[in-house]
Ligand binder design. Structure first.
Ligand code: DC
Length: 218
């Protein structure tokens, strides 16, 4: 059986990973797997069910009985409930980094991510894909951008969606999330040794896509 092709994209919050990964997946006809959405999905359920977020064991038990489905158009379902927008709300965004520090949660989600990566050609984005989930990935990218630029992009996205948005607060939140993600004990945000660094600060979306597809098709 032919091995599926795996493309890993890691990097800090709001660096453009999901936008780029979706476009690349469309062009290459690969399946896009948004692993951040999986962490957000369990965080949403913890908050929705009022489970103690500080109790790792309780969160692990909840995850064990939680069905998370990433649909092809980017929608996310938890136990057959559509939560695509709900997992992007402020409360989930605020708490997801804490849930992502829990080793047992990371192990369980990693197993689910590996199953997805072995079932089709995938572009998977997250924080630890190239270092931990798919260390043998065929292509690894580490995408970065200046935190001011990242906050600006998120701000514009929010305004376009009609969501209230405070630029300074956004930048502070992004920096805080990066710090938690990069300094946690279990599979922290880190560039894999063999990952290609892509700084998107001064590049358009089309330029980034072309550059990355260029590496894949070379
Ligand atoms: O990419 P995102 O903002 O949707 O990710 C949400 C959170 O999940 C982020 O704080 C880091 C965490 N995460 C992670 O720890 N490992 C991954 N592979 C993906 C996301």
């Amino acid at each position: 059986m032919k091995k599926c092709v795996q493309i890993a994209i890691d990097g800090p919050a709001a660096a453009g990973k999901s936008t780029i990964a979706k476009l690349m997946a469309e062009k290459l006809q690969y399946v896009y797997v948004d692993t951040g959405a999986m962490y957000r999905a369990i965080t949403w359920k913890v908050l929705d069910e009022g489970v103690d977020i500080n109790n790792e064991d309780a969160v692990r038990k909840l995850l064990a009985e939680t069905d998370i489905v990433l649909l092809p158009e980017g929608q996310v379902q938890v136990d057959h409930v559509m939560v695509t927008d709900a997992i992007r709300d402020q409360q989930v965004t605020k708490h997801v980094s804490q849930i992502a520090t829990y080793e047992q949660i990371r192990e369980e989600l990693k197993e689910r991510q590996i199953v997805l990566a072995n079932s089709a050609n995938v572009i998977m984005d997250g924080r630890d894909i190239g270092t931990n989930v798919l260390p043998q990935a065929d292509f690894k990218f580490f995408m970065i951008a200046d935190s001011g630029v990242r906050a600006q992009r998120r701000h514009k996205e929010n305004l376009a969606k009609g969501i209230e948005s405070d630029l300074d607060q956004l930048e502070a939140d992004i920096k805080k999330r990066d710090e938690t993600d990069a300094n946690r004990v279990h599979s922290p945000l880190k560039q894999a040794k063999d990952a290609i660094l892509i700084d998107t600060s001064a590049l358009s979306i089309a330029e980034v896509v072309d550059k990355m597809i260029g590496y894949v098709l070379k």
